[in-house]
Design a protein around this ligand. Structure first.
Ligand code: C5P
Length: 299
């Protein structure tokens, strides 16, 4: 009988985040190109009578341990689906920035689903897990899938995109997080103030072609994030961070998701190192990585 299961799960950067109109349910219709990158959290589910969570790592103090913890909610949803009061101690080791726009909380929820499914011997299909994931949050299904995929609806309806090769990234981490609902709200406010109407978003052909061809300069030119002006409005220092990376020759520079992490596309692993050095003085910390990588897997 398995007494513990560990799952490794990646963070993501959004290569295209096109925000459409606000829907009646409070969400926005999106075209959201997710790209899983090699910043990983690990979630271990250990046999226990009740459901509890513990977080390890530098930013552990920033992660909620109550009902707001998405990993606990994921385990609870899975137990409810199985119709049994299963327990587990979830131990989360964090490397993905907390509230950083890289879907770290969503990644932990996806990892908790995979770990508890195995620990409890449920054997659910990926389709079942994706359905539970979509109810937990818009970014949770992608963390199960990984790779590169376009999300439509509120981001939860996923279609994998073909990608050639590997892209090298540098991430500038900021102090503190940004609230996702607040950033979406600011995006609506800015659009209203400018008299702009949100148009119906579509996948960028240029972006899809660059991914398919492994064309890093082409990808750099087609990166787009409609939430970026809102994130910068709420955190002015991000504009300077982005400029430092651009001045150092980043192929592309953008706020990741709702921020405040900034992502820079490098020409190569060597260029990523050069960018990392340049960015050190323009943010709290710098990490580099590559993508795409697979989604949540048992290790
Ligand atoms: O789905 P999730 O819980 O991650 O979303 C967090 C918040 O982000 C939502 O409550 C909403 O304010 C905003 N959001 C949105 N449109 C989306 C996804 C998220 O407005 N497609």
């Amino acid at each position: 009988m398995t007494s513990s299961v560990t799952v490794r799960v990646p963070g993501k950067v959004n290569l295209q985040l096109s925000v459409g109109p606000l829907r009646d349910d409070g969400y926005h219709d999106l075209v959201n190109v997710f790209h899983a990158v090699s910043l990983f959290d690990e979630v271990t589910a250990v046999e226990a009578a009740t459901l509890t969570v513990r977080v390890e790592g530098d930013s552990a103090g920033l992660v909620p341990l109550d009902g707001d913890n998405l990993a606990i909610r994921a385990a609870r949803a899975l137990a409810a689906r199985a119709g049994r009061p299963y327990g587990a101690e979830l131990v989360i080791r964090k490397s993905i920035p907390v509230a950083g726009g890289m879907a770290g909380g969503s990644a932990d929820a996806a990892a908790a689903l995979v770990a508890c499914d195995r620990l409890w011997g449920l054997g659910l299909t990926q389709r079942d897990l994706l359905d539970i994931a979509a109810d937990l949050g818009s970014d949770v299904p992608f963390a199960l899938l990984g790779g590169t995929a376009v999300g439509t609806g509120r981001g939860e309806m996923l279609t994998p995109l073909p990608v050639r090769g590997t892209f090298f990234w540098v991430f500038a981490l900021a102090d503190g997080g940004l609230s996702t609902p607040q950033v979406y709200g600011e995006c609506d406010r800015l659009r209203e103030a400018a008299g702009e109407r949100a148009c119906w978003p579509a996948l960028s052909d240029q972006l899809a072609a660059a991914l398919r061809d492994g064309d890093a300069p082409g990808l750099g030119k087609s990166l787009v994030n409609d939430l970026q002006p809102a994130a910068i409005m709420l955190r002015r220092s991000l504009a300077r961070t982005l400029q430092v990376g651009r001045d150092r020759g980043a192929l592309g520079a953008l706020v990741s998701g709702s921020g405040p992490t900034c992502a820079f596309l490098a020409e190569s692993a060597e260029h990523a190192l050069d960018l990392s050095v340049a960015l050190k003085s323009a943010c709290r910390a710098v990490v580099s990585g590559y993508g795409p990588v697979p989604g949540a897997v048992v290790v």
